[in-house]
Design a protein around this ligand. Structure first.
Ligand code: COA
Length: 323
């Protein structure tokens, strides 16, 4: 059977690092509060010349380099983002152009923090359906542009960045030992729309708007939703938590990550945590975490890796793959 096999990955971060202490003169907060409640110590913040498209392009180029490919090898680009450069055209098409790629097709996918997990699952369907052979999957965000910098309950939580993955059609035996995407489960439920949203948009206010969140409400639902969708993915693949080599969760809050891993019985040393370095970078968080764990030698070819995310909507999902 056809499997969507990882050939390369990459990441890009804005030049400027903002430490927790840098907020202390802006809003009533402290490094101690932020670290204790979230595990975040710093985040990268985009300058005017750094955009979702430019960060996405840089991550894409890094992924192409690591795969030993050029843009000519790619048939499809899927960009997961909630902070596009413009309302339209799709920022993926802008990245396609920046890469000098004038064949194939590109589209944006919007599932907020679950965007990258949704995009990997979607790319897998294009590959297994025979509609694409090599897909460049990108998560790129500039949440700093939609934050209310006077709202201490949200502005300290998010950061900017991009990550990318290249998936290529390969042959598999249809077994759990195959390399590539092995199982995926996606969910959404709009009943939670008002718990995490942006209060503007082209069809309502005609403005970009700012991120609004009922943090406690999000927290309350997060662990249950995450563990449910992961258990569904384990069931589909016929594995248990013990079989995993690495758990690469969405990086929103260290307490949510720890509680989810504990409930699932995933050992602490198998959990990749980068929320301390990047904050919550929404659709970029999972590929940024992957990039760190691949670069430092933790994730290796043949490892069984579980990706998970949950975000605005709510949307949530999990992807199991063998690297
Ligand atoms: C936002 C979050 C960190 C807050 O932590 P919490 O333990 O739930 O804290 P609470 O909301 O109970 O707030 C406690 C107090 O801290 C205050 N507070 C909020 N932000 C603060 C900050 N940056 N610095 C200092 N105090 C802050 C609140 O105003 C509240 O004060 P009050 O008790 O006087 O009203 C937590 O709810 C969270 O992580 N939620 C999930 C968010 C998330 O992951 N979103 C993205 C999903 S993709």
């Amino acid at each position: 059977m056809i499997r969507s096999v990882v050939r390369g990955n990459g990441a890009a971060l804005p030049r400027r690092i903002m430490k927790n202490a840098d907020f202390e003169g802006m809003v009533e907060t402290s490094d101690e509060w932020i670290v204790q409640r979230t595990g975040i110590r710093q985040r990268h913040v985009a300058a005017d010349d750094e955009t979702t498209a430019s960060l996405g392009e840089a991550a894409a180029r890094a992924a192409l380099d690591s795969a030993g490919m050029t843009p000519a090898d790619i048939d499809l680009i899927i960009l997961a983002t909630s902070t596009p450069n413009n309302t339209f055209p799709a920022t993926s098409v802008e990245i396609q152009n920046r890469l000098g790629m004038h064949h194939g097709f590109a589209f944006d996918l919007q599932a907020v923090c679950s965007g990258f997990v949704y995009a990997v699952a979607t790319a897998d369907l294009y590959i297994r359906g025979g509609l694409a052979k090599r897909v460049l999957v990108i998560g790129s965000e500039t949440f700093s542009r939609i934050l209310d910098w006077n709202d201490r309950s949200t502005c300290v939580l998010f950061g900017d960045g991009a990550g990318a993955l290249i998936l290529e059609a390969g042959e598999g035996a249809g077994a759990i030992t195959d390399r590539g995407v092995l199982a995926a489960s996606l969910r959404s439920d709009g009943v939670h729309k008002d718990k995490l949203f942006v209060d503007g948009g082209p069809s309502t206010t005609g403005t970009v708007g700012h991120l609004r969140m009922e943090g406690r409400e999000v927290f309350k639902h997060a662990v249950g939703m995450i563990t449910d969708v992961i258990e569904a993915t384990f069931g589909e693949a016929g594995i248990t938590a013990q079989d995993l080599d690495w758990f690469v969760p969405h990086q929103a809050n260290k307490r949510i990550i720890d509680a989810s891993a504990k409930k699932l019985g995933i050992a602490e040393q198998k959990v990749v945590v980068t929320v301390d370095l990047h904050g919550n970078t929404s659709a970029a968080s999972v590929p940024l975490a992957l990039a760190v764990a691949v670069a430092d030698g933790r994730i290796k070819k043949g490892d069984l890796v579980l990706l998970e995310a949950m975000g605005g909507g709510f949307t949530w999902g999990a992807v199991l793959l063998r690297w």
